[in-house]
Ligand binder design. Structure first.
Ligand code: IPE
Ligand code: IPE
Ligand code: MG
Length: 251
């Protein structure tokens, strides 16, 4: 049996179970993957783009609503200049090269983060792509770029404080729902499934507020080697979980 047929069988089988509406991934391990092959870290980032393609396709096939990918953290600005600019370049190439394919696949594109720090050229390309794919109604591919969750929360607090100060909001109106609306993820809902690759088991300033009740799944696989089957494995694990949200479930 060809691996493509086998994959579509797996997709059909998984679709019989609960499909997470929103999946968030920390794509980690590019540098270590490259270094373990005696290659520069940037080589790992280049290879990682292929994994993005595979996972976007798998998510769309499964009917997942939102796929949030952690592409670059605010802390990552502290990496060597050459690595940072290589990452920006890769992102530019990705959006230019993939735009049509994403459009054909009815994929919507969104970018979130402290974009003021992103080079003008890169920022323009990602925002143009966001605009170009705005009308699509399939999977939303949400890229976290120059993203830091603590800052996201601080900005939300400032915005809310401003509204309270000006009388646009009363203190009583500041609820968890209202707070969520001031985050960059407004309208996306919280991730149901949170994945991190490369064996690290930490959150690294990603979606701190939004993962309150996410199911966590960690993979040993370095991101450049992450393929559809690993993603399916995560979905399968998700389907075996009993989400209780603090309640008592009847058997
Ligand atoms: C993830 O891989 C990609 C980014 C953070 C941009 P890393 O670059 O963190 O690779 P490791 O974790 O050092 O192996
Ligand atoms: C998190 O990975 C950021 C991205 C994957 C974009 P890092 O590699 O930067 O995080 P730490 O340093 O392991 O916590
Ligand atoms: Mg890392």
């Amino acid at each position: 049996m060809s691996s493509e047929i086998r994959k579509s069988e797996i997709v059909e089988e998984l679709k019989l179970g609960a499909i997470p509406q929103h999946v968030a991934i920390i794509m980690d391990g590019n540098g270590r993957w490259a270094q373990s092959r005696g290659k520069p870290r940037i080589f790992g980032h280049q290879k990682g783009v292929q994994s993005v393609r595979h996972v976007v396709e798998a998510a769309a096939d499964l009917g997942i609503g939102i796929l949030t990918l952690y592409a670059f953290s605010e802390e990552n600005w502290g990496r060597p200049k050459a690595e940072v600019s290589a990452l920006m370049k890769l992102l530019e190439t990705y959006v230019i090269k993939e735009r049509e394919k994403l459009h054909k696949g009815n994929v919507k594109f969104r970018v979130m983060g402290n974009l003021e720090r992103v080079p003008v050229r890169t920022r323009k390309m990602v925002l143009d792509t966001q605009q170009y794919l705005e009308g699509n109604t399939g999977l939303t591919l949400n890229i976290a770029l120059s993203y830091g969750s603590r800052n996201e929360i601080v900005y939300a607090c400032r915005e809310i404080a401003r509204k309270v100060q000006s009388g646009d909001l009363t203190l009583e109106e500041v609820t968890t729902e209202r707070f969520s609306e001031h985050l960059w993820t407004d309208g996306l809902g919280d991730p149901d499934l949170f994945i991190r690759t490369s064996g690290e088991q930490r959150v690294s300033n990603f979606l701190l507020w939004q993962i309150a009740y996410s199911e966590l799944w960690f993979s040993q696989v370095y991101w450049p080697e992450f393929r559809k089957e690993h993603f399916y494995e995560a979905i399968r694990s998700f389907q075996s979980r009993k989400r209780r949200f603090g309640l008592v479930l009847e058997d």
